[in-house]
Design a protein around this ligand. Structure first.
Ligand code: AMP
Length: 404
């Protein structure tokens, strides 16, 4: 069986999925797993296609001290206990910089170019690149593909791509990149099946998870995003503030004496729903909390989604549909209903019964703007890109012959 391994490596966890390649390039998910607690309390957990548990093991800290070690342990488990010998590996890479708008087959030259973007995403890029470098050394003939969170937004008009700062900084890469691109691309590809009438129209997709952003999509292509240079901008998130006056950062430095590293940790880890509520970064906990600050954090989140929807509708010069996705967007009927109220002026009217049962279309038939819930699947998008790049080269079985 030909399989594709998808890897999403962070600072303390490596998530992976295995897809079987079936007839006509169909992809069937076989295994979903993750090694977390890297360098602290390593634990490998994995489940099969129906969520049936396949592994749940703790490891001593010295056995899984870093991301390459985690890859080695997870790789051995896949190979030796599950006979998985993938024909290619697709990686989530947060930053493709100004150059990469499409997934790319990885070689040493590509890694060098991607290392240049470490400074643009210091918390993510080095961890994304670590397993790539390990595999390049240990399995040089195994094709690897980098899929970028920024890629889907790279065709934005210059007006959406610039900050009002001197051109030289733009040339150096200080631009409005936008993120969650793999999620948006997956949704854009699903829309012709889910909602053929509006798939070519003007759509706002709200990716509301622990990281949250919204994208304005026209005819299946991204034209604007709430995120910019980094994944800090736009909506308030679990631990990130979203849009914030840069003067606040100056205040933290000049009045609070914070260093760049302190400010970075503060903005990525201590703000957003967590900072506002003082209760949790997790929407489920906020929804069940009786602390008034939790309620305020939810109000703030809903308010900012509404504000940003107005901005994106202006970028699209109108609106034909609104789509919810990711953890909060897919699962919280309450949040969806509250956000829909903020969009009533645009012509949104939710059907409470359809919303409560998480139907695909949750708006009333008379709603001027139809509203959908479309579960996202970034890993499948990565697997699709990886397979497509491989197929462009040669057939998977030819490839296996060359690799083994
Ligand atoms: P993600 O990053 O896409 O996995 O989304 C994680 C976020 O989704 C967290 O804030 C969770 O609390 C939230 N979430 C997941 N399920 C629910 C739910 N049933 N109701 C409210 N929020 C949820």
């Amino acid at each position: 069986m030909d399989t594709i391994l998808v890897v999403n490596a962070g600072s303390s966890s490596v998530k992976f999925q295995v897809f079987a390649v079936e007839g006509e390039g169909r992809l069937q998910r076989q295994i979903k797993g993750q090694m977390d607690g890297i360098g602290s309390r390593p634990r490998l957990r994995a489940s099969g296609p129906n969520g049936d548990p396949m592994a749940d093991r703790a490891y001593p800290i010295e056995a899984v001290a870093d991301v390459p070690a985690a890859m080695a342990v997870a790789g051995a488990w896949l190979r030796e206990e599950n006979s998985i010998n993938p024909i290619a590996v697709g990686h989530r890479v947060v930053h493709g910089g100004p150059d990469y708008s499409r997934p790319v087959l990885i070689d040493h030259g590509v890694v060098s170019r991607l290392e240049r973007f470490v400074s643009l995403a210091p918390l993510h890029q080095p961890h994304n690149l670590a397993p790539i470098k390990t595999l390049l050394n240990t399995r040089p003939n195994l094709p690897q593909v980098a899929c970028f969170d920024t890629g889907f937004h790279r065709d934005h008009d210059a007006l959406a791509d610039y900050y009002a700062i001197p051109h030289q900084l733009h040339t150096e890469g200080v631009r409005r990149y936008g993120f969650h691109g793999l999620s948006y691309e997956y949704i854009a590809r699903r829309l012709p099946e889910v909602a053929p009438d509006i798939a070519a129209g003007r759509v706002i997709v709200a990716h509301l998870g622990s990281g949250a952003s919204m994208s304005a999509i026209k005819d299946g292509k991204s034209v604007e995003s709430t995120m910019g240079f980094t994944a800090l901008d736009g909506l308030a998130m679990g631990t990130r503030p979203g849009q914030i006056d840069p003067g606040v950062v100056l205040y933290l430095i000049s009045e609070k004496g914070m260093s760049a590293t302190n400010v970075q940790n503060f903005l990525y880890r201590e703000c957003g729903l967590k900072g506002l509520s003082g209760v949790s970064n997790d929407m489920r906990e906020l929804e069940t909390s009786e602390d008034p600050r939790a309620a305020f954090a939810i109000d703030y989140f809903v308010y900012r989604v509404g504000l940003n929807a107005g901005m994106l509708a202006a970028a699209l010069q109108g609106l034909d549909a609104f789509v919810f996705t990711a953890g909060i967007g897919e699962n919280s009927a309450t949040l969806r209903a509250r956000i829909a109220q903020k969009l009533a002026w645009l012509g949104v009217a939710i059907d409470p019964a359809e919303n409560a049962r998480h139907a695909t279309r949750i708006s009333r038939s008379e709603s001027r703007i139809p509203v959908y819930v479309v579960p996202t699947d970034e890993e499948r998008m990565i697997a699709q890109h990886t397979l497509a790049l491989l197929m462009n080269q040669q057939s998977p079985s030819q490839h296996r012959a060359r690799v083994s």
